[in-house]
Write a protein that binds this ligand. Structure first.
Ligand code: COS
Length: 387
């Protein structure tokens, strides 16, 4: 864990980077649908690609609370900027960090930490979204290899990825989660191809596409952890961490949007006075502030508990659900406070409104988080009742 002074310095460095480099480049990134290479290099130099990779592999090895403190800051910029390194920090590396063999860690983590290799997480399929246990992509053992067949869909950073964490079914007789294994598959393997980047509602500059496996032979050593049937659990552990990360990003974006909203409100005059003084708008300001504060407190609490070794799977779902819904409300109010200007591209309100929409969907929809939370509540209640 970082000492408080080092954490404060890192937070201040990232805040400067966001204010000086990222926010001013937002319009260009949205327009070009690409993040300039000099900005990506500065992110590498800041160590952003390796925030959560252990120090022995060249990362910063941050715990969840430290990482959340930095993601609150990065989250203030348009989400596409975070997306470029977020898979390396989160879902594209943590399968190997949590469950990888020593050889897999040594082979990939140093290059993931430096940002030389982009890691990507391939779980979703055309017919497998929320029901992640019914993965259809198959991995059939053939001597010293597995042969992969199937299609993965909407895979973040796939066009750039050098390494995929792929969930595939190794046991066709097991229809559910137990038949799924995780593989570390390098891009460029014969039989692995990527589709055309999708046109999206928002987050221009971040790219998603299909990943297609056609008789793709990967060495048996690519099986994460070297044990079959553990892939779904690996994916769930990765998502527990990922959901807190997303919640932190939502808090950062909400705080930024609130600043934008207030900057506009205090400078805009109607009916002879600042619109910041109209009571109906004050309700929106105050609700936004209180809700963002609540989400920040949830993320900080869950992150601290995770660092202390608690199982925070349910808390991560609570934080992800609340924070992603919260930023949606805040982004919507910001459009409203901006009035007509809120609907015009030149002002950032409409872009951030579109960008924020994804948070309620990826890494588990709000409804999936609600299911996880409610299921745990019922199981606790049954235990109390001795049922
Ligand atoms: N950590 C470790 N293990 C976990 C776990 C977690 N957070 N959650 C579940 N497991 C284990 C269970 O304990 C169970 O183990 P056993 O078979 O040994 O009993 C196994 O995994 C299967 O769990 P479960 O029965 O809960 O699986 P379900 O098929 O019911 O799926 C949900 C549960 C819906 C929660 C899961 O499929 C999910 O998270 N879906 C959303 C997927 C998602 O986020 N997709 C976004 C794409 S990735 S960007």
């Amino acid at each position: 864990m970082l000492d408080l002074e080092t954490r404060a310095q890192l937070v201040a460095t990232i805040r400067r980077f966001v204010d000086d480099r990222l926010i001013p480049a937002e319009a260009e990134v949205a327009e070009q649908d690409a993040i300039p290479s000099d900005i990506i290099q500065e992110m590498r130099d800041l160590g952003l690609f390796g925030l959560s990779i252990p120090e022995e592999f060249g990362g910063l090895g941050l715990g969840m609370a430290d990482k959340a403190a930095l993601i609150f800051e990065i989250g203030r910029a348009a989400p596409a900027f975070r997306s470029i390194f977020a898979t390396n920090v989160g879902i594209g590396s943590q399968g190997i960090v949590i469950d990888g063999t020593p050889e897999q860690k040594a082979a990939y983590l140093p290059r993931i930490a430096s940002g030389e290799l982009i890691g990507s997480f391939a779980l979703t399929e055309p017919d497998v979204g929320s029901d992640a246990g019914s993965v259809r992509t198959s991995a059939v053992r053939d001597g010293a290899f597995y042969v992969l067949n199937g299609t993965k869909r909407f895979i973040t950073n796939a066009p750039l990825a050098g390494l995929f964490t792929v969930m595939a079914r190794t046991d066709a007789t097991q229809k559910g989660a137990r038949g799924v294994s995780a593989f570390a598959v390098e891009a460029g393997m014969p039989g692995l191809s990527t589709g055309k980047p999708e046109k999206k509602m928002g987050q221009q500059g971040a790219h998603v596409c299909d990943v297609i496996f056609e008789n793709c032979r990967v060495p048996a050593s690519a099986l994460i952890g070297g044990v079959e049937g553990m892939g779904f659990k690996t994916a769930m552990k990765v998502l527990d961490k990922g959901r807190l990360h997303i919640a932190a990003a939502c808090v950062g974006l909400a705080e930024r949007i609130i600043d934008d909203m207030m900057d506009h409100a205090v400078t805009r005059t109607q009916f002879g006075k600042s619109i910041a003084d109209f009571q109906m708008l004050q309700v929106m300001f105050a609700d936004s502030r209180a809700e963002a504060y609540a989400a920040r407190a949830m993320v900080e609490d869950a992150a601290r508990r995770r660092d202390a070794g608690e199982d925070v799977s349910v808390l991560a779902s609570c934080a992800k659900m609340f924070a992603s819904e919260m930023v949606g409300r805040v982004a919507d109010r910001n459009v409203q406070v901006h009035g007509g200007a809120g609907y015009i591209r030149e002002y950032r309100a409409e872009q951030l409104f579109r960008d924020a929409r994804l948070f309620r969907i990826y890494e588990g929809t709000t409804q999936i988080q609600q299911g996880i939370i409610a299921r745990a509540m019922a199981s606790e209640a049954r235990e109390r009742a001795g049922l």
